[in-house]
Design a binder for this molecule. Structure first.
Ligand code: 5RP
Length: 240
């Protein structure tokens, strides 16, 4: 709940600082317990923070009757649904790479952004969970890797040039860790990481980038998140 602090009694502290993993768990558990109710259809995204939300959902599903979309659920043996059967979700929960003061998000650091934006867009309430490192006054202060943009493979060069020409900075093709080739998304596309030089009107930029032929989606989530839960270093949960 806004402004409410949930204090953690965990012993997983490192020199008085709550480790990021524990902070992710705190945020995830608080968000699930505050926003998910019995018999709701819930969408989840991907990443390391959402795993804790699914853990908590799994606990709750054993006692209650929740339907959950997305693949991770399979690992828990939970009932899996999809947007064909449930085009309208009660709640979607997801992580983020950076969250600014206006609840604009950068997502896609892990390579998934289009499907996550679709799921978020189908939800009546979109709730974000993150550890304290993602909390930012202005985009670019925390996540230094830029805004991911999913592109049709044949268009990555013209899209990269168009973004740089219009908005400055540099849009670089994301390569696999092995450097053997580009990262390929869950939709068989490529990702450009646009390293912007200065703050922008993110709503306008998001719309303009999406208009470039070959762009599938951007990792800018503008006006979508309803509430964000940050697990903090001191064991509290901060909401925005
Ligand atoms: C995947 C995402 C993730 O939600 C985002 O990268 C946050 O991940 P994590 O919870 O591991 O920090 O957008 O592309």
């Amino acid at each position: 709940l806004p402004g409410k602090k949930h204090v953690c009694s965990s012993s997983k502290r490192h020199h008085g600082t709550l480790m990021a993993e524990e902070a992710k768990k705190l945020a995830a558990y608080a968000a699930v317990d505050n926003h998910i109710q019995n018999n709701q259809v819930v969408g989840v995204g991907s990443g390391s923070t959402i795993v804790y939300a699914v853990d908590r959902l799994a606990e709750r599903v054993r006692q209650e009757k929740l339907n959950i979309a997305r693949q991770l659920i399979l690992q828990h043996g939970l009932p899996l649904s999809d947007l064909d059967r449930h085009p309208e979700l009660d709640v979607a929960i997801d992580g983020a790479d950076e969250v600014d003061a206006a609840l604009t998000l950068i997502k896609g650091g892990g390579g998934c952004l289009t499907q996550e934006k679709i799921v978020a867009g189908c939800a009546k309430h979109f709730i974000v969970i993150a550890d304290y490192r993602k909390d930012s006054k202005a985009l670019g202060q925390q996540w230094k890797k830029g805004v991911p943009v999913e592109v049709i493979p044949m268009a990555y060069v013209p899209v990269s040039r168009a973004i740089a020409r219009r908005f400055g900075g540099e849009a670089v093709l994301r390569m696999a860790v092995s450097k053997a080739g580009p990262v390929v998304t869950d939709n068989n596309n490529f990702i450009l990481d646009w390293k912007f030089e200065h703050a922008q009107n993110w709503k306008e930029v998001n719309t303009a980038i999406k208009m470039i032929p070959g762009v599938v989606e951007t990792g800018l989530f503008v006006g979508m998140a309803e509430r964000v839960y940050f697990g903090m270093e001191d064991g509290s949960v901060k909401t925005r």
